[in-house]
Design a binder for this molecule. Structure first.
Ligand SMILES: O=C(O)CCC(=O)C(=O)O
Ligand SMILES: [Fe+2]
Length: 363
């Protein structure tokens, strides 16, 4: 905040070290939020979504994955996914093969984790930044201009899963099970996305996206002043692909043209979105779209389980860019190649504001 007339960092540190979390603040019955959560007026003025009325007919595509193996249905599904990834960058899939009971168990397990007393959650060790198990409040607490109204549990499932004993007992079994299911869904989708660009189904496998999987179980507790803060600030995912499972409490919004569009929870649905890497390797055919979560005005917490699939290793050369197979004189590369180092440096210094990286490498 430009004109913060208080020692903001001190209050951020106190909140962080108290380990009470946003859930703890919410449960304590506060009626106003601490000032470190208050966002600047220019962000807040964009909170009134232009298409949020419940009558709005505009929503991200819902794609039915049944009959994927039928030679009659598959090309139609491939078309729908390509169109959705191009125009929206986001879509929901139904009939993806994961039982409703599994989805419910996963959501309930993450909810149970967050429902524990903060003293219990505080014992979860904070691992190295890119490894292990981390429980914390607020993405980017120190780097962003204002804190956001959520807590999260983060577990690196691959390349190496944490030792079982280090995972919270209350949701360990479900986290491990969800990892397997989400990976399978992501692999199927990446095949369909490959086919959508006229590539062999296995082409995107070369991105080894499923070898780095980050499980994030997010809780957006009730916020007493949802008009003053955000659940999660606007960003694009610095991933290849993201698979998201949410409970029935809404809050996720996707940028579509000039509008913020609510993503309505569809029972049994999974939300899929293309990350920055997919936009780059597809040479802009698929889009990594800005999204955000509004602070939760409902009494019930919003739960989301996000599985991030990132690039593990692509080519020996250690340089990344649009797939040569997709380039032609008519369709020249719109991004230059870049090194993993460049990408990581940008991401870790800029945090979630990684969209600027894509703009930086745009030719
Ligand atoms: O919780 C959500 O619905 C969105 C989470 C998200 O976008 C993220 O963690 O990158
Ligand atoms: Fe995201």
């Amino acid at each position: 905040m430009a004109s913060a007339d208080y020692d903001r960092m001190k209050e951020v540190k106190e909140f962080s070290e108290s380990k009470i979390g946003v859930k703890g603040l919410s449960d304590s019955g506060i009626t106003s939020i601490p000032r470190i959560f208050i966002h600047p007026p220019q962000t807040l003025s964009q909170l009134k979504p232009t298409s949020s009325s419940s009558f709005s007919s505009i929503h991200i595509p819902v794609i039915d994955l049944s009959n994927l193996d039928s030679p009659h249905h598959r090309p139609k599904i491939v078309d729908q996914i390509r169109e959705a990834s191009k125009t929206w960058g986001f879509f929901q899939v139904i009939n993806h093969g994961v039982a409703l009971s599994v989805l419910e168990e996963t959501v309930n397990a993450v909810k149970s984790f967050h429902d524990q007393p903060h003293q219990v959650k505080a014992k979860i060790s904070v691992g190295e930044e890119r490894r292990g198990v981390v429980y914390t409040s607020n993405n980017d607490l120190y780097r962003s201009e204002a804190a956001t109204w959520h807590d999260y549990l983060q577990v690196w499932m691959a390349p190496q899963p944490p030792e079982v004993e280090r995972m919270p007992e209350i949701c360990r079994r479900e986290v491990i099970a969800w990892d397997t299911h989400a990976k399978k869904v992501a692999e199927t989708l990446m095949e369909l996305l490959s086919e959508g660009l006229g590539l062999e189904p296995g082409k995107f496998k070369e991105l080894t996206f499923s070898d780095t999987r980050l499980f994030v179980g997010v809780c957006y507790p009730h916020c007493p002043q949802p008009d003053l803060t955000m659940g999660l600030a606007s960003h694009t995912d610095p991933t290849v692909l993201t698979v998201l499972l949410q409970n029935h409490v809404p809050g996720l919004q996707v940028r579509h043209g000039d509008e913020w569009v609510d993503v309505k929870p569809v029972p049994g649905g999974l939300i899929i979105n293309a990350g920055d890497f997919l936009q780059i390797v597809s040479n802009g055919e698929y889009n990594s779209i800005q999204h955000r979560v509004i602070a939760n005005p409902c009494k019930e917490p919003r739960i989301s389980i996000v599985m991030f699939f990132s690039l593990a290793k692509w080519k020996e050369s250690d340089s990344y860019g649009p797939l040569p197979e997709l380039l032609s004189p008519e369709k020249p590369a719109i991004y230059r190649n870049f090194t993993k180092q460049e990408y990581d440096d940008n991401f870790y210094s800029k945090g979630l504001d990684s969209k600027s990286f894509i703009d930086k490498i745009r030719i």
